[in-house]
Ligand binder design. Structure first.
Ligand SMILES: Nc1ncnc2c1ncn2[C@@H]1O[C@H](COP(=O)(O)OP(=O)(O)OP(=O)(O)O)[C@@H](O)[C@H]1O
Length: 244
């Protein structure tokens, strides 16, 4: 089973402690919503998992189900990340970028027996022919986001992290992207951060709170219930009440 393990994780920026002995194990087969207050460290956690940022101590390990077990020196293909602000080359057209993406990932795509063509990416992202020939610089933020989500999903990484992924896409695209994300959970560990409670309730199997430097699953309540929403708000308000 594919697994992402966070164990005894510590991380601080100067005097600001974001993680203190944080522990949680995410597993394939569920979609996890990561909820926390602004500035609690959700993007920092994702950046540590994907290898963009170092952590101070503890361990982050991935089991890609390839026989190596849980390892900390996992390859950069083990974790895929959808960024809030997409990292796409501004001076390529959409189709140039997708052709380039297919070329550099040809081996991976062939191993998955995927015979996707550039046109398939645009269909999945709900983008038209005219869009394909535009410079990515001239895409709207939502268009860039849709393309980024589609390319990330196409590689089927063992661990897929989505940092507030659906906030800029239109309602129709959001519905389609949700279905694609849900389809990923059978084969991947899927974790996404969001501030939209309804989105978390719509697609998550579990909600993990990042609060007071810890990761804690909010268990024991029906995720779709008002009681669940109330419990999330109460838990994340702890500090404010304590300070008041
Ligand atoms: N490279 C950095 N150097 C110093 N401080 C940083 C750095 N990156 C993030 N921080 C700080 O760490 C804290 C957590 O930031 P982060 O972006 O991880 O929060 P977040 O939970 O994703 O927030 P939001 O929900 O508002 O997007 C913030 O106070 C931020 O200013």
């Amino acid at each position: 089973m594919k697994t992402l393990e966070i164990a005894h994780l510590d991380k601080a920026f100067d005097q600001q402690v974001l993680f203190k002995d944080a522990n949680y194990t995410f597993q394939q087969g569920k979609i996890y919503g990561l909820l926390g207050r602004n500035g609690s460290g959700k993007s920092t956690l994702f950046n540590m998992i994907v290898g963009n940022l170092p952590y101070d101590s503890g361990r982050i390990a991935v089991d890609s189900d390839d026989g190596q077990g849980l390892i900390t020196n996992y390859s950069d293909t083990a974790v895929g990340m959808v960024y809030t602000q997409p990292h796409l080359p501004a001076f390529m057209t959409g189709v140039e970028f997708v052709d380039y993406f297919i070329a550099i990932n040809r081996d991976r795509l062939e191993r998955m027996h995927t015979t996707v063509k550039a046109a398939d990416f645009f269909d999945m992202a709900g983008l038209g022919k005219a869009d394909a020939n535009k410079l990515l610089r001239d895409y709207s933020e939502g268009m860039r986001n849709k393309l980024q989500i589609v390319v990330s999903l196409m590689l089927k990484p063992p661990v897929l992290l989505l940092d507030e992924p659906l906030t800029t896409v239109d309602v129709v695209a959001a519905h389609e992207m949700q279905q694609m994300i849900v389809a990923m959970k059978a084969d991947s560990v899927v974790v996404f951060s969001t501030h939209i409670m309804q989105l978390a309730q719509a697609i998550c199997d579990a909600v993990v709170l990042l609060h007071q430097q810890q990761l804690t699953e909010l268990a024991g309540l029906d995720i779709h219930s008002q009681a669940f929403e109330d419990a999330v708000i109460a838990r994340l308000s702890d500090e404010v009440q304590a300070d008041a």
